[in-house]
Design a protein around this ligand. Sequence first.
Ligand code: NAI
Ligand code: MG
Length: 368
Amino acid sequence: MTTRKLLLLPGDGIGPEAMAEVEKLVTLLNAERAAGFETERGLVGGAAYDASGDPISDADMNRAMAADAVLFGAVGGPKWDSVPYEKRPEAGLLRLRKDMSLFANLRPAICYPALAEASSLKRELVDGLDILIVRELTGGVYFGAPKEVVDLGNGQKRGIDTQIYDTYEIERIAKVAFELARTRRGRVTSMEKRNVMKSGVLWNQVVTETHKGYSDVTLDHMLADAGGMQLVRAPKQFDVIVTDNLFGDMLSDIAAMLTGSLGMLPSASLGAPDETSGQRRAMYEPVHGSAPDIAGRGIANPIAMIASFAMMLRYSFAMVDEADKLEAAIAEVLESGTRTGDIMAPGCREVGTSEMGDAVLDAFRRKL
Ligand code: NAI
Ligand code: MG
């Protein structure tokens, strides 16, 4: 029987509350589909700091490296505001991303028809929206050197950040985008600013070159600012968007708001294939944080976490049928008017975290 090693890192605040709803799904898949999930639980963020003095222990870091996939909750909260900078809860997340070399950040923007009214755009522009933003996560201006504030000595200071991309970094993110497009509608739009940035010129060239290996996928190029306009003018024109770290940070947040609440948004971060097994390291996590304002009250929306698990089924385990059915179960529950507070609408029934999780679980079980 296949075994699938899963590391759960619930973290802080609403992280553990939402993750409990995924554990129900894991149990169901093991029972009904012999999925063979073996779950381990680790500590990250403030929870890890309280236990060990570090935002993630070496032992849990090793578990993450050895796992087939990691599901991450959320970290942080006012309790750890005075913790030294390098020990702060977010440092646990950054270490995971860095040590696992998670260079490809996948942010889907899916508009469930039942929530189309919650979008900042007109219903017809977003109803049925399904786009995937692939953001380069480990390079570019957030990491390039020099990176400093220099005192110029004349009462002026100079802030410096450096955008750097090497061929291999662009090539590997482009490959991820083309491969994902093959499993979708076969279209990639690459966004950069080649008109004003040298790194944009190289980005454009390398993506075009890499595309030669994917003749079944259509490639378009768009300047990133024009791409931002198109995202809010006519988002359904896109399938997969591939872009750098900085533009991807902004474009993925813009795209997210086309689809409604933070409590609905999943993400995946993929790494290079493992040297021995060939399998990609991967971590899945909701976009939202630990939501200290509602933590401990059992009212958080677990759908972002459940949808992150659906992405894991699809991308780490090729359980495409199960992933499709889980997403369909989410859509069905929303359609039935079952809502957590963050997505509540007139005429709907407001439920808490575990009731929402149970509703998705029941709908999923019926589809399996
Ligand atoms: P947040 O995402 O935690 O919350 C923003 C707002 O959205 C809050 O009003 C919250 O109640 C609401 N919200 C978020 N997720 C929700 C859900 N699933 N259901 C219902 N409502 C939800 O962002 P905020 O408040 O800026 O940060 C809180 C803490 O989380 C900070 O310590 C921050 O550093 C950390 N954080 C951690 C992230 C991570 O672990 N990846 C990402 C973002 C923030
Ligand atoms: Mg951001």
